[in-house]
Design a binder for this molecule. Structure first.
Ligand code: IPM
Ligand code: MG
Length: 361
């Protein structure tokens, strides 16, 4: 059987990190005797330059015929002046919407080998942490009504935050299910002291919780959650939250793991198909210089193997290979490591590939 993977390189460092992840997938296919086929699609600024659209029809068509998508990053100064629907970001937002990928899993793990790399004090990260952010991805303020108009006070703009109970219920289920396979604790993050949407969020999350009595549920306001994440990150297991709060909180948590370059993500709907991308952006200032950390994308490929293809053993082999390079003290420049060896994108990829083993052999 061949696993068909749509490859969306995008802009900035996107092509480099995707290339690295493909090298790792190739190595996995060698070691485990699997067959991956790659199908290039245009997205983001690159797609806009080539076709006039950040998410061309042809891309959606190819994606439709694939089992999953490996996505790099989109965006850059060059396209900042474009209207909302032509901006590079419209590609990723449109793809998430088109694939009904409402559930975004963003695991934030502080590896013991990287304790020094965390900006938090040693006594706080003594025991590391392992957080899974479950972010709602196709609703809320990202997709609510948007407009800019003029009135007597000058220009005015609005972005509407809107959620239905259906949208909240399905993402809450994903969070409780994730918690069942972990430490059975969900912290639902909202701003229910101010927002109507958050009060609905709480109500629905509590209803869904009734189906998961084994899971402990806590509610936390977003401002407190941001503070708690730096005060004591190990208190969190699964964090369930809305599109925009999840965007912000996952960047904060990524930095606590040592670098935003390390965090992968999986975006899925009800089926097996997913979009797998690092949580970082296109970082145009370091693009094309062999400097970007490819690990967020490599771990995204590992999430693809696990969540879309059910290849758990193969996914674990990638994670172990990544841990091993940290044990060997190799890292890219964005990660601080006392006495470590700083290497470039290609070298760290080669080292990870070399470490991939079939444990059964
Ligand atoms: C992310 C990114 C995107 C988002 C941008 C590029 C639209 O920041 O995946 O976290 O806000 O969702
Ligand atoms: Mg983000």
């Amino acid at each position: 059987m061949t696993y068909r993977i749509a490859v969306a390189r995008g802009d900035g460092v996107g092509p480099e990190v995707v290339e690295s992840a493909m090298q790792i997938l190739d190595r996995v296919s060698q070691v485990f005797g699997l067959d991956f086929s790659y199908h290039d699609v245009l997205v983001g600024g690159a797609a806009y330059d080539a076709t006039g659209s950040p998410l061309p029809e042809a891309t959606l068509k190819t994606v439709d015929s694939c089992d999953s998508i490996l996505f790099g990053a989109v965006g850059g100064d060059k396209w900042d002046g474009l209207p909302h629907e032509l901006r590079p970001e419209a590609a990723i937002l449109g793809l998430r919407k088109a694939m009904k990928a409402y559930s975004n899993l963003r695991p934030g793990i502080l590896y013991p080998q990287l304790k020094e790399a965390s900006p938090l004090k040693n006594h706080i990260v003594e025991n590391g942490f392992d957080i899974c952010v479950v972010r709602e991805l196709t609703g809320g303020i990202y997709f609510g009504r948007k407009r800019t108009w003029e009135d007597e006070n000058g220009e005015r703009a609005e972005d509407v935050e809107e959620y239905s109970s259906m949208e909240i219920e399905r993402i809450a289920r994903k969070a409780f299910q994730a918690a069942m396979g972990r430490r059975k604790k969900v912290t639902s993050v909202d701003k229910a002291n101010v927002l109507h949407t958050s009060r609905l969020w709480r109500k629905v999350v509590e209803e869904v919780h009734l189906d998961y009595p084994e899971v402990e549920l806590f509610h936390m306001y977003i401002d407190n959650a941001c503070m708690q994440a730096v005060r004591n990150p190990s208190q969190f297991d699964v964090i369930l939250t809305s599109n925009i709060f999840g965007d912000i909180l996952s960047d904060e948590i990524s930095m606590l793991t040592g670098s935003i370059g390390l965090l992968p993500s999986a975006s899925m709907g009800d089926g097996k198909r997913g979009i797998y991308e690092p949580i970082h952006g296109s970082a145009p200032t370091i693009a094309g210089q062999d400097r970007v950390n490819p690990i967020g994308t490599i771990l995204s490929a590992s999430m693809m193997l696990e969540h879309s293809f059910g290849l758990t053993r193969e996914a674990r082999s990638i994670e172990s290979a990544v841990k091993k390079v940290f044990e060997e003290k190799y890292h890219t420049e964005d990660v601080f490591m006392e006495g470590g060896k700083t290497v470039g994108t290609q070298e760290i990829t080669r080292l990870i590939a070399k470490n991939i083993e079939n444990g059964a052999n």
